[in-house]
Design a protein around this ligand. Structure first.
Ligand code: PMP
Length: 461
């Protein structure tokens, strides 16, 4: 840490923040009586705020982003070196780190071929929808324009990305939404729509086919799915699910778009979440972990077959992808991404993620034995969740104030954990633990011990 808690005075910055900054997802009324949190510095999994408090970050920047940890000077150096050479030119021309990163990325994604750069997960998804729509227009006269999305999944914050998001708290008051997007049922076996059954995964996937048949297969051009659902409750797919989804997509000629904004870049122990399930997507989107938050960059990656749909006689003004993202041409993003990828590879972080993920899941199973309030634990790699319930038999979700008490208690102990889907429907109850991919057993023990104590206190009365 480069500042001494107490010796540095950040009060002016805190007051400016209170006066002028509008924080994401925050009710500012509370800052009339408490200070807003202002982060100052980070190293590894540790963070320090303006009050000099130290935190162990169990959600990688709060939103599954800082995969390689804080304080990576080699990424900062790579960005600086690139910026002094060339900061920007519109991505209608290439740049050196963009070309090198695209090549490295495609090496990690057999079957994929082309990388389209933009700035955020929402934007990467919107590009994918536009690709699907343009193919629908070029090939099917616009008929196959509908895109399916799944209950509980989240795909972003812009109005159209939100139109493919099935979380009421995020959507309410922002409609009307973009037409042409249709919801399919979720695949959370713990809350099976069919009651207990042997073949839940296959049935949950077949429920997608029912929607396709209802809508008319000749009207459906694409489907967007998270490999492991993040904000919707850390939902790992049930057995047989992805194989059946793939079959359905092939059967009805539907493009499979996998949203790897959270799972991508090692979070689940493979480069991409879909790679656990033998799926062959047509389009993959990614953002957060691509540069671990050292620069803003997202990617929409397609197969060569998808890309080929946009190749035509250069005199045809309508065939190419008529899309631009100004800052998709900022060279800082791919420079950071290239070094981020090198770190994940050279430091064997996929292996560490698998090992530490297994350890974290084991420790969460122990907590489940001890605390009746934990109804289910789920996860893949360092992407884990513990669903809280008031009653294990009925699976009644734990009330929001308990979930908030647990996260606040952990924060008071100096451990930042997440909770998915708070306060918008009956699924407001999954604690989220996703430390950086560099974490150790000691880090995990500290995180789990904090959660243990918090659960103890939250359920004591
Ligand atoms: N997809 C998923 C699965 C996400 O979790 C998120 C963000 N949490 C997004 C897309 C949107 O990303 P961004 O906030 O960068 O637009």
């Amino acid at each position: 840490m480069n500042f001494t808690p107490g010796a540095n005075d950040f009060s002016e910055a805190v007051e400016s923040d209170r006066a002028h900054v509008w924080h994401h997802l925050s009710q500012h009324k509370r800052y009339e009586t408490t200070d807003p949190m202002v982060m100052i510095e980070g190293k590894g999994l540790r963070l320090w705020d303006a009050q000099g408090r130290e935190f162990l970050d169990a959600v990688s920047g709060g939103v599954w982003t800082v995969n390689v940890g804080y304080g990576r000077t080699s990424i900062a150096d790579a960005v600086r070196d690139q910026l002094v050479k060339l900061n920007f030119f519109a991505n209608s021309a290439g740049n050196i780190p963009g070309a090198l990163f695209a090549q490295k990325l495609i090496e990690k994604m057999p079957g994929m071929s082309r990388v389209y750069f933009s700035n955020s997960g929402s934007e990467a998804n919107e590009k994918a929808y536009k690709i699907i729509r343009q193919i629908a227009h070029n090939k099917y006269g616009g008929k196959k324009h509908k895109i399916l999305y799944r209950e509980r999944d989240y795909h972003g914050t812009t109005i159209t990305a939100l139109s493919t998001t099935s979380q009421n708290q995020r959507r309410d008051q922002y409609g009307p939404f973009t037409p042409g997007f249709v919801e399919v049922p979720h695949c959370l076996e713990y809350r099976s729509q069919f009651g207990p059954c042997e073949d839940y995964g296959v049935r949950a996937a077949k429920a997608i086919e029912d929607v396709i048949l209802r809508e008319g297969p000749d009207t459906v051009g694409g489907i967007v799915l998270e490999p492991v659902t993040a904000g919707g409750g850390v939902i790992t797919p049930p057995e047989g699910y992805w194989e059946t989804v793939q079959e359905i997509c092939r059967k009805y000629d539907i493009l499979l778009h996998i949203d790897e904004v959270v799972c991508g870049m090692g979070r689940t122990g493979k480069w991409f979440g879909y790679q656990h399930y033998g799926v062959k997507p047509d389009i993959v989107t990614m953002a957060k972990g691509v540069a671990s938050g050292y620069a803003a960059i997202s990617c929409t990656v397609t197969t060569e077959a998808v890309f080929d749909e946009f190749k035509s006689d250069p005199s045809d003004p309508m065939s190419y992808f008529r899309d631009i993202s100004t800052f998709g041409g900022c060279a800082a993003g791919p420079a950071a991404a290239l070094e981020n990828l090198r770190i994940i590879e050279d430091e064997n972080l996929l292996e560490n993620t698998t090992q530490m993920g297994d350890y974290l899941m084991g420790r969460l199973e122990e907590l489940k034995q001890k605390h009746d309030i934990i109804g289910d634990v789920r996860g893949k790699g360092l992407f884990c969740g513990a669903e809280l319930v008031s009653d294990r038999e009925t699976k009644e979700p734990a009330p929001e104030h308990i979930v908030q008490a647990v996260t606040a208690d952990c924060m008071a102990q100096g451990v930042i954990i997440g909770a998915t889907n708070r306060s918008f429907d009956s699924f407001n109850n999954t604690l989220c633990l996703s430390p950086a991919l560099i974490c150790t057993r000691n880090d995990i023990d500290a995180i789990v011990n904090a959660v243990d104590g918090a659960l103890e206190r939250a359920t004591a009365s």
